[in-house]
Design a protein around this ligand. Structure first.
Ligand code: GLC
Length: 647
């Protein structure tokens, strides 16, 4: 038993901890893990609470890979179309504790109304129900509007897309012990190859969560935040190796399993996947970063700061930060990750320091900085965070930025410079500049490249990274406008018939063979390799709102509206111009639906984007300019590189 564990047992025995999730025990990582484990068994075993906690302290992580609640309904709940009302009789210790903070339920009526309409009673509706409702809605809309002009019809159909999207989003809600805790990745009744699309993905839930927040429905987001927090500290192993503590799962599933030793009862368990079951066994580095971003958005939107102030939530934030800020072998302030650690969760040549992770990292650092409550012992963490923010933004703005001027500079680079003041620090050989880029780079505009390694610049345009660099302020104001200028200039490549291309251009031929490992799902202009993903609409819209250029987002939304509903909300589109529904695209993909809704909501209320955007404060701006003047591109020596900035 570790020190942390024995300390925890003592606390539990002395009754010092009245309720899980609000415990002082969570002040250290090992304590937190232990406490989560206790919960698992405490719902399974009968007997006095403290004894139960003690008993489970000997369990290993692999024995209890999920946590659950006991349901008293007998073996009725194995079907996905379970009657969720019955589940309300669950004795759900987690749900009670998680719902400990009451934020008011003024918007519940909206859900109840819609649930009644679909006769949901909290259950996942059958596809036919949704389709029937859609047809009824369409019929009633066309009846209502009969005889009116064309523009009214267009407005009516746009409204009906939104209505349909809300209904589908609602139907995608996943319940745990009667409470909504997330949304399923895809609700596609035509696809028998579900894979893990029946799970709640952390990154996929973000647009759902934002849509719910903007609609005033806070409970599901709060539940999601608190339940995923419990999963964070789970010990999951792959071939005897556990990922770093603080890692958030890629996804989780609510499973209904028979209760040990009780034939009549079942329990629901939350079963996380940290990548140990995911295709390719990729680590979801983005999950924790998104979790922090959503947590801040929740507080800003609902006004309920009590969630982010909770001790366990503060510990969760710190665990993610410690994992990201840990010293390693790296020379760069960017976060070093393996391939497929973000939205592109397959091999695509994005190992090292991919832009998307850096933009989310920067954003999460700023959000965490805003939420961390000052306390003894956190000064070092805050200092490390501030130093990293400054170094990271300098590094990205300086070395990832590319436009005509910079491209010409690289074209004329000298190589093999051994010195502190090298201009070509990463020893980039100008021959790397691909012919496509020479043609493609517009005179007005620029972007942040996909990745930077020694002697390697990945010049591909990655959309999410660029959009989130704008949203988070990682890109400077001038760079942010230039990114939007480039999107406008390259509209036919990046949007064409469906927004938005995940990256541009596609890897082809030998490059595709070597970099993707001949991945048949990532063939040129398909899926992650130059496919078009409707969900990216929401990040585009946030970036446009931040820069006060809503017309770009509005144009993209109107392109999407032409096809999304008609095509049954696909996950992605294929071909250079996004003309086909993706080869293996799931339909009724929740984040396509939610992404559209968030874009619409933000277009209607641009100010609401502030729950997601961040700005540098004056302290950081000062530290940044201090860094630039102390460390101009051509003046770098061993002394100045040692300097730290305490902001
Ligand atoms: C695919 C996507 C990933 C997403 C998952 C569920 O694996 O690449 O980003 O989270 O599907 O939709």
């Amino acid at each position: 038993m570790s020190m942390g564990t024995s300390k925890a047992v003592l606390h539990v025995l002395s009754g010092a901890v009245p309720q899980f999730l609000s415990s002082d025990l969570c002040s250290s990582n090992s304590d937190l893990v232990f406490y989560s484990k206790c919960l698992v068994k405490s719902v399974k075993k009968k007997g006095p609470k403290y004894l139960r906690s003690l008993k489970c302290s000997g369990m290993s992580g692999s024995q209890i890979g999920s946590y659950g609640c006991k349901c008293l309904g007998g073996g009725l709940y194995r079907n996905t179309t379970i009657d969720r009302l019955k589940l309300l009789s669950c004795k759900c210790q987690q749900a009670e504790s998680v719902s400990g903070v009451d934020t008011g339920r003024e918007n519940e009526a909206w859900f109840v109304d819609n649930a009644n309409k679909l006769n949901l009673n909290g259950s996942i509706p059958e596809f036919e129900d949704v389709e029937k409702l859609k047809r009824e809605d369409e019929a009633s809309i066309s009846n209502d509007k009969a005889g009116t002009g064309k523009s009214t019809f267009a407005a009516a159909s746009v409204d009906s897309f939104e209505e349909e999207a809300w209904e589908l989003l609602q139907a995608s809600m996943v319940y745990y012990c009667g409470s909504p805790v997330g949304t399923i990745a895809a609700n596609d009744p035509t696809n028998s190859n579900v894979l893990n699309y029946d799970q709640v993905f952390i990154r996929d839930f973000i647009p759902s969560g934002i849509a719910f927040l903007l609609k005033g429905e806070y409970d599901i987001v709060r539940n999601f935040i608190l339940h995923t927090l419990q999963l964070q500290s789970w010990e999951k192993t792959m071939d005897c190796h556990s990922p770093g503590q603080g890692l958030m799962p890629a996804s989780f599933k609510v499973r209904t399993v028979p209760l040990d030793g009780d034939d009549l009862a079942t329990e629901e368990v939350l079963d996380p996947d940290f990548g140990e079951a995911a295709i390719g066994r990729v680590a979801p580095v983005d999950s924790g970063l998104w979790w922090i971003i959503l947590l801040r958005a929740y507080g800003k939107c609902s006004g309920d700061l009590s969630v982010q102030e909770r001790v366990d939530v503060q510990t969760g934030i710190k665990m993610i930060l410690r994992l990201c800020l840990a010293d390693g072998f790296d020379m760069f302030p960017t976060l070093l990750v393996t391939d497929g650690s973000c939205m592109i969760d397959r091999r695509m040549g994005i190992h090292g320091h991919p832009l998307e992770i850096q933009a989310l990292f920067y954003s999460a650092l700023l959000c965490a900085r805003e939420m961390l409550t000052p306390e003894d012992g956190s000064a070092d963490l805050l200092r490390a965070l501030n130093n990293r923010l400054v170094a990271l933004s300098f590094h990205i703005r300086e070395y990832y930025w590319i436009d005509m001027r910079k491209l010409n500079e690289i074209y004329r680079y000298k190589t093999e410079e051994y010195s502190y003041d090298a201009v070509n620090k990463f020893n980039i050989y100008p021959d790397q500049i691909s012919p496509w880029l020479v043609e493609w780079m517009p005179n007005k505009g620029g972007y942040l490249i996909g990745n930077l390694q020694p002697a390697h610049m990945d010049f591909r345009f990655f959309s999410l990274g660029n959009m989130w660099a704008v949203a988070s302020g990682l890109a400077t104001t001038a760079q942010s406008h230039a990114i939007l200028d480039l999107i406008e200039a390259k509209w036919t490549d990046l949007v064409a018939e469906m927004p938005f291309k995940i990256c541009y251009p596609a890897l082809e031929g030998q490059e595709w063979q070597i970099i993707t490992g001949c991945d048949p799902k990532n063939t040129p202009w398909s899926y992650h390799n130059g496919g078009s993903w409707p969900t990216l609409l929401w990040q585009l819209t946030v970036a446009c709102m931040k820069m006060n250029r809503p017309e770009i987002a509005a144009k993209a939304v109107s392109v999407a509206e032409k096809r999304l509903s008609r095509d049954k909300w696909p996950e992605y589109y294929d071909t250079k111009k996004a003309r086909f529904i993706g080869k293996q695209s799931h339909l009724f993909q929740t984040w396509s639906i939610a992404g559209y809704l968030v874009a619409k909501l933000l277009l209607a209320d641009p100010d609401a984007a502030k729950i997601l955007t961040t700005e540098e404060d004056s302290e950081l701006v000062n530290a940044f300019s201090c860094m630039i003047s102390a460390n101009p591109r051509r003046k770098r020596g061993p002394k100045s590189s040692k300097q730290t900035y305490i902001v």
